[in-house]
Design a protein around this ligand. Structure first.
Ligand SMILES: [Fe+2]
Ligand SMILES: [Fe+2]
Length: 137
């Protein structure tokens, strides 16, 4: 796999982490702005969908062909569905009403859960998958 392709995927990871930080900022802002929150979540959703499609095609597919049964992609695909579940739960969380009202515990908890699920997955990919892809594809 050409180095620039691996770099493009890493760049997408950075973009996703950055977008999630914007969602967190929206939630922690003193005056909760529902429109901004919804817009950031929608953008994050698009970024995730494009990135997952990209890497499943460019990395997971070739890894499966090369490594057959020892390919780690089954677990990574499961991670993608866990990330979507956490994303949907955050999208459906009850929102705090009005300016100056603290964000609901539910909202904060669901954000933490998405952050954790996503962080673990990205770390796994950066350490193992992209390294493997660099070596073998
Ligand atoms: Fe992934
Ligand atoms: Fe990824």
């Amino acid at each position: 796999m050409p180095a620039e392709d691996v770099m493009a995927l890493r760049k997408e990871h950075k973009g996703i982490v950055h977008r999630l930080a914007i969602v967190e900022k929206c939630i922690d802002a003193p005056g909760f702005n529902e429109r901004k929150f919804r817009e950031s979540m929608a953008t994050l959703g698009v970024q995730l969908r494009e990135h997952f499609t990209h890497e499943e095609r460019a990395v997971y597919g070739p890894l499966n062909s090369r490594l057959k049964r020892s390919s780690p992609t089954r677990e990574l695909i499961e991670d993608h569905s866990s990330i979507w579940k956490a994303f949907d739960k955050l999208s459906e969380a009850k929102l705090a009403q009005g300016a100056g009202v603290a964000p609901s515990t539910e909202l904060k908890d669901r954000l933490s859960s998405l952050q954790l699920t996503l962080r673990r997955h990205l770390e796994k990919e950066e350490k193992v998958v992209f390294w493997l892809a660099d070596l073998r594809l």
